[in-house]
Every structure is written in structure tokens, then in C-alpha cells.
Design a protein around this ligand. Sequence first.
Ligand SMILES: Nc1ncnc2c1ncn2[C@@H]1O[C@H](COP(=O)(O)OP(=O)(O)O)[C@@H](O)[C@H]1O
Ligand SMILES: [Mg+2]
Length: 358
Amino acid sequence: MKIGIIGAGQLGQMLGHAARDLGVECQFIDPSDSPPAGDCGDVIQRPFDDAAALAELAATCDVITYEFENVPVEALHQIGGNVPVFPPADALRHAQDRLDEKRLFEQLDIPLPGYRAIDSREDMIAAVDALGLPVVIKTRRLGYDGKGQFVIKDRSDIDAAWIELGGTALIAEQWVAFDYEVSCIGVRNSDGDIAIYPLSHNIHEGGILRISRSPVDNPALAEKAEGYMRRMLSHLDYVGVLALELFVSGEDLLANEFAPRVHNSGHWTIEGSNTSQFENHLRAVMNRPLGSTASVDHAGMINLIGEIPDAARTLDSGFLHDYGKDARPGRKLGHITVTADTAERRDELVDTISRSVT
Ligand SMILES: Nc1ncnc2c1ncn2[C@@H]1O[C@H](COP(=O)(O)OP(=O)(O)O)[C@@H](O)[C@H]1O
Ligand SMILES: [Mg+2]
């Protein structure tokens, strides 16, 4: 069995490590020099939409998957006739356009913040009038880690928002004064078996995930999120891991966005779950039985962004994952996972470590 993976970044690397444990071979496509997943299999160093590279992957692999969202949908269609490609191209198409994504949530009766499509300066003004302030303007495509976003707090910010983002397709979204953010990570195989991880509580700084903790002690929220996840997985005839990001406001959940791939807020599953999200993604795309998504402990994850300080290499407890990437401001270079038998102890560890590495 050989799995083709489009993208050889840290998610590809963690998929590659899970594949090695399952005795499965991987081959990647990635244009960058020495990408993180280079230690897990052969990398075809070509652009993600290179027809010859995709054909080579399709010819040598039994199934193809991807580790990031900006794979051109056409590339998946190009190989889809010859070898199975999961998650399905339709899920990727929805995830690539925030407007399509929101319409999908509406279609599935999943609550979400108010929003408007914006194609002109007049639309932006009309959106502010309709939604009230603050609103966040987001590019419909290609945003990540909070990039391509502008928060309008006052009407006088409209010009600056238009100067920064105008000219591309945009949406405006009501700013949610959430209590906290969670993500729900689910997985489905081709037989239709579904498994769902306990919720993660996520803290973002400057639009980038900084800390995740799981499980979240709120069974009512977990049940709601699980219902939304099941609806999405079934509707999309989904195969693989799917991550759904949500805002918590009292007992309500509002969907923010979803990712058709393994997700940063699920990295704790490597040490903190019976089966990691990476192993379960591989099991799903190979249509094998899914592994248990039960937690083994209370887990916490701290992202290492911009640099991996020496303190991260000399921890008394915790597991350091160094992706082997060159340091650059704002770049995710690694993470630390901690596990503990109580939530209090886990929180203490997260606080101590995050103070020592930031
Ligand atoms: N409508 C909103 N209300 C409040 N906070 C928001 C809103 N949209 C985004 N954010 C904040 O910005 C973060 C990144 O935005 P998100 O839409 O998830 O984009 P990205 O694709 O960059 O992850 C969110 O996790 C949240 O903290
Ligand atoms: Mg997000």
C-alpha cells in the first residue's frame, strides 16, 4: 500500500510518521526545498498542479490525499479518474471559498454569524449597515492564520479596509464576542463509519492558533458539535479527517470555518488519544476500520511560532515536535504536547511551558 500526499509540510510529515507506524509507504508532491515530510518518503519536487507530477503520483500510489487547502480542485479532478482521491473534491471546493462554505453551513442548518458577500465598495458599506459594527472583512479565498482579514470597528475604517482588501472577492462577517473557540475533529471512511474526537478549546493570538486543550468539559456543547459534524460528513460523502472551527457563546455554537484535512487543533491526539488524527485520516482514506478517538488523558498543545527557543528543548515534561523548518516570524515551526491525569494539572503544565517558550 502506498499513499500519495499533495503537500509535504508539517501535516504531511505527521501523516508520514503515522504511515510509517502502520507500515504504509508515502510519496509526496511539494515544490519547496527540503520540506518537513522529506524524512517520510520520496518527494516529487514540482508545483502542486503540475500535470506530470500528479500523473506520476497517480501511477505509483493506491490512493491520494492532501495536507493543505489550496490544492487546485482541477488537480484532484485530473487524477480522480485513475485512483481514488480523498477527501472528495466537492468538500475542498466548499472549503476554498468562504461564501460557499457559509452557504453549506446554512444548507445543513448549522448556525453561523451573519454575513454578506462583498464585490464593491458600495457592498462593503451596505454590509456594515446590515450587520452592524464590528464586522470582519475576509477574502473569500486563500486566507489562513488570520491573513486577508480586516476588522472594521468604526465606519471611518471602511476606506482603509477597502484599500487593503478591495479588488478581490470578499465577505463581511459579524464580529462574534465569543466566550471561547472550539474545534470538532471528525473522521469518516468509505464504508460510512464515523468517529469524532472530544472538542478542543483553542486560543488564537493575532489569528494564529497558539494553544489547544482537550477535552472540553461541556457535554451539551460536545453533543451539538458532534451533530453538526455528522451532518457535514454524511452530506459531503466525506472520507478522511474533517475539522470544524466554532465560536462558543453561552450554550450556542456558531460555525466559523472548516478544513478538509488534519488540523493544527488536533495535534494533541498524537499523545493524547488512543488513535491520532493522522492515523485515522490514513485509515479512512485506505477504507480500514477507524481507531478509537477516546482520549487517554487531558491533553494540551502549545504551538511554537517564529522560533523554537532553547527552553523548548529542555522541558521536564511535554513532547516537543520540531518540524525542521527554517525560522521565520509568524511561521509554525513546531509544537509541544502535554498530557496529565487531571485538567488542573494539564492547565498548570500548559501555563508553565507557554510562559517559558514565548
Ligand atoms: N466573525 C468573527 N468574530 C470573532 N472572531 C473572529 C471572527 N472571524 C475570525 N475571528 C478570529 O480570527 C481567527 C482566524 O479567523 P478564521 O476565519 O478562522 O481564518 P483563518 O482561515 O485565518 O483561520 C479565528 O479563529 C478567530 O479567533
Ligand atoms: Mg481558522
